[in-house]
Design a protein. Structure first.
Length: 217
C-alpha cells in the first residue's frame, strides 16, 4: 500500500469501528471542557473524569473558580499530577476570561493559547469539540499510531499534525482524531501492539516482521 492508500483504508476502518466517537472527557459546557482538557495533560481521561465532579462542585464558571481559594483547587486537582501548576492555571485563566472575554471561552485558537496552561493541543481540542472548527489535536496515542502506520516520521507533534492534515480530508479531522485515540487505547496501545499485532497494522503492513520503533512526543 502507498501512504495515501493506507490513509484511505484507515479512515474507512476507523469509521466502521467508531462511527460516532464520544468526547471522552465529561463536561457540561465550553468552560468545563476547557478545564477538563487542561487537567488531562500528562493524565488519563479516566482520572480527570473522577476529579472534575468535585472541582465543578467548587465552581463551574469562571467567576466561581476565579473566586475559589487556590489551595482548595489544588487539593482537588492534585490526583491529576502537576497540581500546583494546574490549579494556578485554572484560577488565573478564569480571572482572565472574566477580564478579557466577558467570562466566555474565546472561539479563537490564538486567544485560547494566550490563556495560562493552555497549549496548542488543548486549544485545538476546544476548537474542535466545542466550536466545531476543523482541527487535528495530536496526543500520545495519535503520535504513536501515525508512526506505526508510517503516516508521519514522528519528529515532533506539530510535524505529525501537519502530516495527518495533508493525508486526511478536512471534514474528517474532528471525528478522526477521536477515532485514532479510541483505537490506540483499545487495539494498538503502547504495550498491546508493536506495529505487527493489531488489525490495522497487520492489514497495512502484512510483510512487517519486526516491531516498529516509535519516538515519544
Amino acid at each position: 500500500m502507498t501512504k495515501q492508500e493506507r490513509a484511505t483504508h484507515i479512515l474507512k476502518r476507523l469509521g466502521e469501528l467508531y462511527p460516532r466517537p464520544p468526547i471522552p472527557l465529561n463536561h457540561s459546557d465550553t468552560f468545563t471542557l476547557l478545564v477538563a482538557v487542561l487537567l488531562s495533560a500528562q493524565c488519563t481521561d479516566v482520572r480527570v473524569n473522577l476529579v472534575t465532579p468535585r472541582l465543578f462542585e467548587l465552581g463551574r464558571t469562571p467567576a466561581m473558580l476565579a473566586a475559589a481559594p487556590l489551595e482548595k483547587i489544588e487539593a482537588i486537582v492534585r490526583p491529576c499530577g502537576l497540581g500546583p501548576q494546574k490549579a494556578k492555571a485554572i484560577k488565573e485563566l478564569s480571572r482572565l476570561l472574566l477580564l478579557n472575554h466577558e467570562g466566555l471561552v474565546p472561539a479563537s485558537l490564538e486567544a485560547l493559547e494566550e490563556l495560562p496552561g493552555v497549549g496548542h493541543k488543548t486549544a485545538q481540542v476546544v476548537m474542535a469539540q466545542a466550536f466545531g472548527v476543523p482541527s487535528f489535536p495530536v496526543d500520545t496515542h495519535i503520535h504513536r499510531l501515525a508512526q506505526r502506520w508510517s503516516l508521519s516520521t514522528g519528529k515532533s507533534v506539530l510535524q505529525t499534525e501537519r502530516d495527518l492534515k495533508r493525508l486526511f480530508p478536512e471534514e474528517s479531522w474532528n471525528r478522526l482524531h477521536l477515532q485514532f485515540i479510541y483505537y490506540g487505547r483499545e487495539h494498538c496501545s503502547a504495550g498491546g501492539c508493536d506495529g505487527t499485532i493489531c488489525e490495522i497494522c497487520r492489514t497495512c503492513f502484512p510483510e512487517r516482521r519486526k516491531p516498529k520503533c516509535t519516538k515519544k512526543a
